[in-house]
Design a protein around this ligand. Structure first.
Ligand code: NDP
Ligand code: OXD
Length: 308
């Protein structure tokens, strides 16, 4: 049984160490040194080259190395096989840490205080309480629902938007295109944790930003393609929006000449909101290999029709 792995170069030794610890006999081949492709039964990958997944004749399943799977669906020749993704308590905890950190930073006006410090200005700004602030969570799945619960626990009003209605205590649920504008009109701090699909691509454009309350801020940890960059920059420059913290971009790494880098109203983060933790994710991969071989249903499968 051979597992083929493709990952960012820095992480390969971490993955290999964890596979060796948990499954010392498993043969793991690191792309592009995959040997005879007929041996490969499983692929554990981040952003495989388009067409590559179709070249393993005995592949049984594809395991996404991330929670998102858009990197797989970009391949027009993706074979029709079960696809799983990462759903993991460590992934969720790290994401919630990031979202809570950024929401508090916007709520407590840290970017504005940072700007005042640069001008050596000692000035107090009006300070709304958490229950006077509404946080809007785009995406109420594994990640969004946890962050929404924790923010609600801190006293914020939290509203969520998803494809189907949700029942999360103290979080008002909005669903579907019809309720999108109402949801946006309430969201003083808008957080995006949506998967990238045909429906969510370019969702956040000038019309969406115009619906937000004046002075709204934005945290994007979903995908860069969900945002029309020029429309976000225009909404920030006009003063309609106050700040954006962006962790994901259309092109990663963000090109050195991209206007986000130098915009004082934008915080750029290098796609680090969360992280696929080898300790727990290797055991999920091993369990799914066992299930695939035993003909049992896999854990955390992706709905191929919905694209997430
Ligand atoms: P889930 O699949 O668990 O949740 C997705 C949520 O988005 C669901 O609530 C779903 O609605 C909603 N949704 C999907 N399509 C639509 C739509 N067209 N309209 C309204 N709502 C929609 O995903 P996760 O929470 O695990 O992850 C979300 C995304 O976060 C990933 O796809 C990835 O892009 C990003 N991510 C980013 C990381 C980073 O480090 N920046 C790390 C990990 C993930 P419903 O529940 O009704 O189906
Ligand atoms: C992602 C991830 O999907 O890092 O962005 O898991």
């Amino acid at each position: 049984m051979v597992l083929m792995m493709k990952s960012g170069a820095a992480r390969i030794p971490w993955w290999l160490e964890e596979f060796k610890r948990q499954a010392p006999d498993l043969k793991v081949r690191v792309w592009p040194d995959v040997g005879d492709k007929k041996d490969v039964e499983f692929a554990f990958v981040w952003a495989p080259d388009p067409g590559d997944m179709a070249t393993y004749p005995n592949l049984k399943a594809i395991f996404s190395m991330g929670a998102g799977v858009d990197h797989l669906f970009k391949d027009p020749d993706l074979p029709n096989l079960p696809i799983t993704r990462v759903v993991d308590i460590n992934m969720t905890r790290r994401m919630t840490e990031f979202i809570v950190l950024q929401v508090l930073r916007h709520h407590r006006q840290q970017p504005a205080y940072d700007a005042l410090q640069r001008e050596s200005k000692w000035q107090e700004l009006k300070q709304p309480a958490a229950d006077q602030r509404t946080v809007g969570m785009l995406g109420m799945g594994a990640l969004g629902s946890d962050a929404a619960k924790k923010l609600s626990g801190l006293g914020f009003n939290v509203v969520g938007w998803s494809r189907t209605k949700k029942k999360v205590p103290k979080v008002k649920s909005y669903a579907g295109a019809k309720q999108f504008n109402k949801f946006l009109s309430l969201s003083e701090i808008l957080v995006c944790l949506l998967p990238l699909t045909k429906e969510t691509e370019n969702l956040l454009d000038k019309d969406a930003f115009a619906m937000l309350p004046k002075g709204a801020s934005f945290v994007n940890a979903g995908r860069g393609e969900q945002v029309v960059d020029a429309d976000l920059i225009a909404a920030l420059d006009s003063g309609h929006m106050s700040h954006a913290t962006l962790d994901v971009f259309r092109k990663e790494p963000l090109p050195a000449d991209h206007p986000y880098w130098s915009n004082p109203k934008v915080t750029v983060m290098p796609h680090v909101a969360s992280y696929t933790d080898p300790r727990t994710v290797v055991s999920q991969v091993l369990e799914n290999m066992r299930r695939a071989r035993a003909g049992e249903p896999l854990l955390n499968t992706v709905d191929i029709k919905l694209g997430y």
